[in-house]
Design a protein around this ligand. Structure first.
Ligand code: URA
Length: 209
């Protein structure tokens, strides 16, 4: 079982390249992120357990496979993680949602919590934390810690882009959390931005700069 799954599908890589281009408009960026979330969601749910139930087709009875009852929780890290949410809920409409509000202190680059609302007991649920940028890993680690405090034991992390530094930090702090991402970029700059990256994901999704 790989600690980090790189989603290399050509459509994902193509769409990501369009997003990286600074000429990509806010509208296009948001649409592309939503499209990529379908592929990442497909990959991160690839090994969900199935159980069979008897159903009756127009022709015969059969044992048909269904996803095991355990409810999924998607946990977007605000605000950029919200860009993944619609796509993921299209794939799994019955999933619950945990909102994790974290902002990055620009001086220390540490994650500061400002909002957290999750289903009451996360034990027994698969929690999939989503944040387009796994940069320093500070927000990712804080998000994992918050869902662990609510009982989560099975946790996965999905990003669009990751920096080697962020992967290393998340892997060493929370070794049981597997990571899915569409690309691992070169490095972080002095401001904690991924290079070459795509800039500030939140600003690009919401057109705030
Ligand atoms: N957050 C972003 O939005 N972009 C980065 O490059 C790093 C963190």
């Amino acid at each position: 079982m790989d600690a980090v799954t790189l989603v290399r599908h050509p459509l994902v890589q193509h769409k990501l390249s369009l997003m990286r281009d600074k000429a990509c408009s806010t509208k296009e960026f948001r649409e592309l992120l939503s499209e990529i979330s379908l592929f990442l969601g497909y990959e991160v749910t690839r090994d969900l357990n199935l159980v069979t139930r008897e159903i009756e087709t127009p022709l015969a009875k059969m044992e048909a496979p269904f996803i095991e009852g355990k409810k999924l929780v998607f946990a977007p890290v605000l605000r950029a993680g919200l860009g993944f949410l619609d796509g993921l809920l299209t794939l799994v409409p019955s999933a619950r949602v945990a909102h994790i509000g974290l902002y990055r202190n620009p001086d220390t680059l540490q994650a500061v919590e400002y909002f957290f609302k999750a289903p009451d007991d996360l034990s027994g649920r698969l929690v999939i934390i989503v944040d387009p940028m796994l940069a320093t890993g500070n927000s990712a680690c804080a998000a994992v810690q918050l869902v662990k405090e609510k009982g989560a034991k099975e946790i996965r992390f999905v990003s669009l882009l990751a920096a080697p530094e962020g992967i290393e930090k998340l892997r060493t702090t929370h070794p049981h959390v597997r990571i899915w991402t569409a690309a691992i970029d070169d490095h972080l700059n002095d401001h904690g931005y991924i290079v070459p990256g795509l800039g500030d994901a939140g600003d690009r999704i919401y057109g705030t700069k």
